[in-house]
Every structure is written in C-alpha cells, then in structure tokens.
Design a protein around this ligand. Sequence first.
Ligand code: A3P
Length: 320
Amino acid sequence: PEEVGLSHECQEMHASSPPRTRVEEWIEDPLYQHQGFWFIERRLEAVLWFQSNFKSCDRDIILATLPKSGTTWLKSLVFATVNRTKYSFSDNPLLTANPHELVPFFELKLYTDNQLPNLSNISHPRVFATHIPYQLLPETTKNSNCRIIYLCRNPRDTFISSWHFVNKSSRRESLGPLSLEEAFEWFCNGVIPFGPYWNHLLGYWNESLTRPRNVLFLRYEELKEDIVSQLRRIADFLGCPFSLEEGRQGVIEEIVRLCSFESLRNLEVNKTGCFIPGYESNSLFRRGEVGDWMNYLTPPMVKRLDQLMREKLSDSGLEF
Ligand code: A3P
C-alpha cells in the first residue's frame, strides 16, 4: 500500500495492516481509509502513534465524538464538572483557555509530534478527547476500566455543521468552496474524516449497551433540550454526582452558564487564535442550534439521508 506522509517507524510498525485507499482533494489533504475508517492523511501518523502507545489508567475519562457533534461543548462541561471543587467560577480556566487546550485530543494534539507525549504531569482523573472510532481504540483502553463519554448529533445537523466548517476553516483556497451537493455525496458515501458517520456511532453505541458503566452515549439534541438533567447524568456516570448542597447552591446552573454557547463564544480567548494549528477558535461557534439543516437540505436530500440511516442503523436500536 502507498504510505505517503508516514515516517519510517510508522510504516514498519504498521506494515502488516490492510491496504489503504486514497481519496484525493476532499478538504485540505487527501483522505485515507485505514481499518475501515477515513482519516486525513497528515493526521494518520498521530492516530497510529496513539493506537500503538497510549496506556489507559482506570480513572481516565475519554470524550469521543465525530467532528462537529458538540465536542467543544462536551469538553467544557466535563472539565468544569470534574474540576468544580478545584476552581471557582470567577477564576475558572475555561474563562482564559479554549476547551480544546484544557482537554487535548490524542490525535490532533498529544501524538502529533512523532514522539511520545509526556502525560506524567497531568493530574488524575485525566480527561482526554478523540475523534477516533471505538473500533480503533487501543486494546489497553478497551480493556481498561476508563470511562468514555460519546456525544453524537443527528446526521442532518452534523453534515451541515461540517460543511460550513470545511468551507470556513479546512479547505485549501486553491480548491475553491466545496458545494453542498458535493459535500453531501461524500457524506452519504461515508467519506468524512473519522467516518463513515454510521459506523462511528455504532461502535460507541454498541459498547454503551454492553458496558454501560464504562461508555455513556449522549445526544447533542438531548443536551440542548435539558442540559441540567444531562449534566447530572454525566456527573453520575463519572462517579462525581452533584450533592444536595451543590444543587441548593446552584452549582449545576453555574456550570451550564459557563459552558453555554453564548458564554464561550463571547470570551476573548475563543474569539481569537487557533484551537489547533491552522483552525481558528471562532470557527467552533457558529449557531449552536438543533435543526439548522432545514435552511439548507432539499426534500430529496432529506429523504436520501433518512433512508441511508435506516439502512445503516437498522436493528441497532439507534434512530434519528
Ligand atoms: P453549528 O455549526 O451547527 O453551529 P464541535 O465542537 O464538535 O466542533 O461542534 C461544533 C458545533 O457545536 C457547532 O454547531 C457549534 O456552533 C456548536 N457548539 C459549540 N459550542 C457550543 C455550546 N457551548 N453549546 C451548544 N453548541 C455549541
């Protein structure tokens, strides 16, 4: 198989993996199919490093999503919840640092330098994030007692949010804007970074049914509908439930406020700079609503997507 962009070590390390298929010029770099999922070429090496080297601790918390499913929101909610006795709301690190700085991605931050990251100075419980599908997580992670929170978003809004993001942040200028129709074709063919969409969801969904104490499956729409209940669910799952006293003091509401779309978007730290090199922080906050797809998708597109989801998610119990 062609191994463009991979270091010698990585090539050797993964010489035995099945061939990859390359798709040209989608967003910024070609996408590669690796173990049944699509990865941006220059991100693949970090994925491989992570897969081979990360060792989970039982207390670890891993936040998993597909891009544009509400990752930034989930990171801020979990960071604020886990650290609620450590920081007050007036000097909270979320006020001065982007959530992606506080909860780093394995494949977009920690393992990007072709060397092992120093994780020893991170306090426990360590909170990490990833877009990597469950199927491709290291065996040590799957076999550990760590807790994984997966946040999914309905396919229509995920697609529209991704399409906007690609055109704003990820598309090489020489390629020109990506049309909605073209992007939709890619999405329906499963060719999106870390996709196909349905296999990504199914990996975490199935595991959440088998190991509910270790994998919590959340939906963006449910968070939007009743964030207070969902935040309680998150805290319970993480083993740090809100006490009656905290309830009385309004701690939950404070966290919800701190992590709200308006609050995060208006912070100076999120208006400027990049959350990972090359990607502007302000592109993380667009509308933050459910149902924006209605402004873009045609009825035939909706029909096709719905049918596709029925096919791909059939028998799983997962519906949109
Ligand atoms: P839209 O493009 O539909 O507005 P991610 O963080 O995974 O990249 O997801 C980005 C999506 O989440 C964007 O959706 C963004 O506006 C929305 N978002 C970001 N912060 C949010 C928050 N605090 N609450 C709700 N939605 C948020």
